[in-house]
Design a protein around this ligand. Structure first.
Ligand code: HEM
Length: 474
């Protein structure tokens, strides 16, 4: 039996141990190392924007960058990414959603408080984003895919009438029309060419608008473009356009209306969806065509694969590509698609640290900091992707590195965990990934079977990235 004295000693030891482990756990010494810059403060910001942060500090799996009193952590380690995923409440996207709703959608302070209220768990705005995953799957996705494919077909027929085309411009128009028709139905505002052009004006000037500091003065083009688009979308909602639209739009309209937003405010709240819908699908489709058509042997093999595994010829001679067969029986095409996305992405996943947290039992991140996870570096980690990580390898995703336990259970392919981040990191992964995948695969399959594409001067010049791209990460 323990007497009171023993119990007292025991109590003191427990308290000392608890305090020691708390201090160790929360000590800034457990914080990832800070990296320095020749030009303090501003130097970091310039370096981050111009060169990407990780290439300069490959020795650190995670490091801190101090910008004035603000701390920003950057990781290129899949282990740290996996550890961060285990703390979805402490490391979260919520503040970014609020920022977008405020700066891009101009939601008033009072409505912002309702949309971003986290008292009952996830905020209404993050529930809307979450529910998008549900309506961008199953039958509602099938309906959107059907409309999208019907739109693409005549445009691909028409492609053959032109000796030369601007491939990026052509894809941009085709994807804009097919995606917005599938989303917005018969009264789709994008049927007006002026609205289509205005959207792309907004897309390439959106960065300064997001700063939200006298936007009409510092970002006049984007400010005017947003005004024009929102007026047109308000008219669309006033006319009941949403009644004949996709489940995706119906769900968003119901949710925003339920949160007390007016038609004008809902129109403004469509801006992030429009940017998500179009800004990445167009460059992704461009790069898949670029990688495939610039490799004649690979093009021939892919053509054969589609012809043999996904093409049916009806009795009247109509050629039909079965999208289900593309997905299930054309592994080379699928691998080219994934590899193009892996090698071309410039995505930096950004999360906010809202509670003190220790990652992988090692790295202390204090509340109030931000965590940057750049997909470009994570997607090229040699541990995960091998010595050829930096290069395009068409068949990379056909090879499985999956291993099996003694009982025959498959261990998940380590390359897929944390390494392929073009669509983000769960739990906040891109809800539109299935739609854009169907759209890009349909385009590339139809164009591959019907046309040869070559540059006018016969040399495949790689176009530079647009320096003003903000939402687009390719
Ligand atoms: C190839 C095409 C696409 C790429 C590469 C892409 C990429 C991404 C990435 C990386 C994220 C995560 C952002 C983050 O974690 O901060 C994201 C989020 C999002 N994407 Fe996509 N996307 C594509 C197509 C689409 C499409 C077609 C839609 C709409 C139908 C869409 C709607 C969204 C939305 C609403 C979010 C926000 C999700 C959230 O905040 O949790 N995306 N996308």
């Amino acid at each position: 039996m323990l007497d009171l004295y023993d119990l007292g000693i025991f109590g003191v030891v427990v308290i000392v141990l608890a305090f020691a482990s708390y201090t160790l756990l929360h000590s800034p010494s457990r914080e990832p190392p800070s990296v320095s810059s020749k030009i303090p403060f501003l130097g970091h910001l310039i370096g981050l924007i111009q060169h990407g942060p990780v290439e300069r500090h490959p020795q650190h799996p995670i490091f801190a960058v101090n910008i004035l009193s603000f701390k920003l952590f950057v990781t290129s380690s899949t282990t740290v990414v996996r550890a961060a995923q285990k703390h979805p409440t402490a490391i979260t996207l919520e503040p970014l959603l609020k920022f977008m709703q405020k700066s891009l959608c101009q939601t008033s302070r009072e409505k912002l408080a309702t949309l971003c209220d986290q008292n009952g768990g996830p905020s209404p705005i993050s529930r809307i984003v979450h529910d998008m995953t549900l309506v961008l799957a199953g039958r509602s996705l099938d309906r959107m895919n059907k409309i999208m494919l019907r739109q693409l077909l005549p445009m691909i027929d028409d492609m053959g009438n032109h000796e030369t085309i601007d491939l990026n411009g052509w894809l941009r128009h085709a994807i804009t029309m097919a995606s917005t028709d599938a989303t917005y139905g018969n009264l789709n505002p994008f049927k007006n060419k002026y609205i289509e052009d205005t959207f792309w004006e907004l897309e390439c000037n959106v960065a300064l608008l997001l700063a939200n500091i006298v936007p009409w003065l510092i970002a006049p083009k984007a400010w005017k473009a947003r005004k024009v688009l929102c007026a047109e979308f308000k008219r669309y909602f006033d006319l009941g356009g949403h009644e004949d639209a996709s489940e995706l739009l119906a769900m968003r309209y119901r949710s925003f209306l339920g949160a007390g937003l007016t038609h004008e405010e809902i129109a403004y709240s469509e801006m992030p969806l429009l940017l998500g819908l179009l800004a990445n699908t167009v460059p992704a489709a461009f790069w898949v065509h670029f990688e495939l058509f610039s490799r004649p042997k690979l093009l021939e093999e892919t053509r054969k694969e589609i012809e043999q595994n996904a093409l049916k010829i009806a009795s009247d001679g109509t050629h039909i590509i079965d999208m289900g067969y593309i997905r299930d029986n054309c592994p080379l095409l699928l691998s080219i698609y994934q590899e193009s996305l892996r090698t071309r992405t410039k995505m930096v996943t950004i999360r906010f640290v809202t509670q003190d947290v220790v990652l992988a039992d090692k790295y202390f991140l204090g509340s109030g900091a931000m965590l940057f996870m750049p997909a470009k570096q994570l997607g090229r980690d040699k541990n995960a992707w091998g010595a050829s990580a930096d290069h395009f390898e068409a068949r990379r995703f056909m090879k499985s590195t999956a291993t099996f336990k003694n009982d025959g259970d498959k261990i998940k392919d380590p390359r897929r965990i944390g390494g392929f981040m073009t669509f983000g990191v769960s739990p906040a992964i891109c809800p539109g990934r299935h739609f854009s995948t169907s759209e890009i695969l349909a385009l590339v399959a139809m164009i591959t079977l019907r046309y040869d594409i070559a540059p006018v001067d016969h040399v495949w010049h790689e176009p530079p990235m647009s320096s003003s791209a903000t939402i687009s990460n390719m």
